[in-house]
Design a binder for this molecule. Sequence first.
Ligand code: HSE
Length: 438
Amino acid sequence: MKKIGIGLLGLGTVGQGVANIISNPNDRHPLVGELELVGVAVKNLQKSRDISLPESILTTNALEIVNNPNIQIVVEVIGGIEPARSLIIEAIRKGKSVVTANKAVIARHGEEIANEAKAAGVYVLIEAAVGGGIPIIEPLKQSLGGNQITKVSGIINGTTNYILSRMDKEGANYDEVLKDAQDLGYAEADPAADVEGADAADKIAILSGLAFGGAINRADIPTTGINQLQSIDVNYAKELGYAIKLLAISEKDKIESQSQKSQPLSVWVEPTLVPEDHPLAGVNGVNNAIFVEGNPIGQVMFFGPGAGSGPTASAVVADILNIAGIQLMSEDKSSNLDPLLSAKSWRSCHVAEQQEISKKNYIRLIAEDTPGVIGQIGTIFGQRKISIESIVQFDASESEAEIVVITHKIKQGFLKDALLDIKNLHQVKRIAATMGCL
Ligand code: HSE
């Protein structure tokens, strides 16, 4: 069967991540092997990159990708408004489905693009536009479709969360940490979009539209970033038991069965004090977390890396596979099932024998409190090729002591043999507990 042609617009941080996945299909969903990177539009052919692609597929003319009849799915990872918007629309008009990570374009021109796609009978998928690698668009569009959504809130900018976490934990300097976020590929080309809150506002506009069933006017969202935040406020918040997080919130005050759609939404982006014991306070570094509240589900939280090459590429490829699955289904006359939705088992897997499993362990022993007992236990572990992370004696009484051992990651077969040897030591009365340890 002919492969599905993919055209990439952009070979920056995310584009390289996508090209990497498509070029290395092993151990991924078999549909990845059905994709072929046919063309890649770049700004500069000479630029040195971490990935090496055949020169023949590179071009500086993005229209060549959009017009190429061998490309069925165009992936837009250029970012910014223009030329991204025009290229997306041109690709749609050429009958190609589009996958984009571009929140700025979707937040402002999403409705126009959706109308074009509807008219052309193609898909435009945007999983990577919000939350980096976190699946949140599909759940809002599909999995949570049976709910009346009341609130969507969370941390949806990785760069600012990375900066705030390091300021909070290390007292790090704002400018230095921003530079690190840029070097790590988290920040936008112009990081003002991150630190001034515009990126989070784009994303909450998109999430609101999906959750509440209508396009949002992006310009209506009150937005405050972290660029005016002072470290003294981070310190005071900490003393009062709070972490400061850049939150994006979209909520409906109440659900009225008849007039639900006419109610205004409260939507805003703002640095916010979050109580230390709130789950969002523990979301650190480049991670994002999104809470969705609805009826009848209650509250669900989506958590994971919110920016960066690999996570964002993971979301882009998820969208490519969704479209590829539908295309293959329509071509493959022997099956009318979408390969992603069907229950077909697609990889052979087998479970390892218990003794082959490698993991860390906690072991508590009751032993006589006599000289040399810890040494003997240590020797047995050593003979059985088990590396110990810590060994501590607790609660020694006149007659007995409790000894707790934490191992490094070891094969469970070795541990079983070691515990048999230890049980046979006359100073050891019993093995009182064994557990896994992360
Ligand atoms: N600059 C964005 C962020 C990238 O830091 O979250 C992911 O959209």
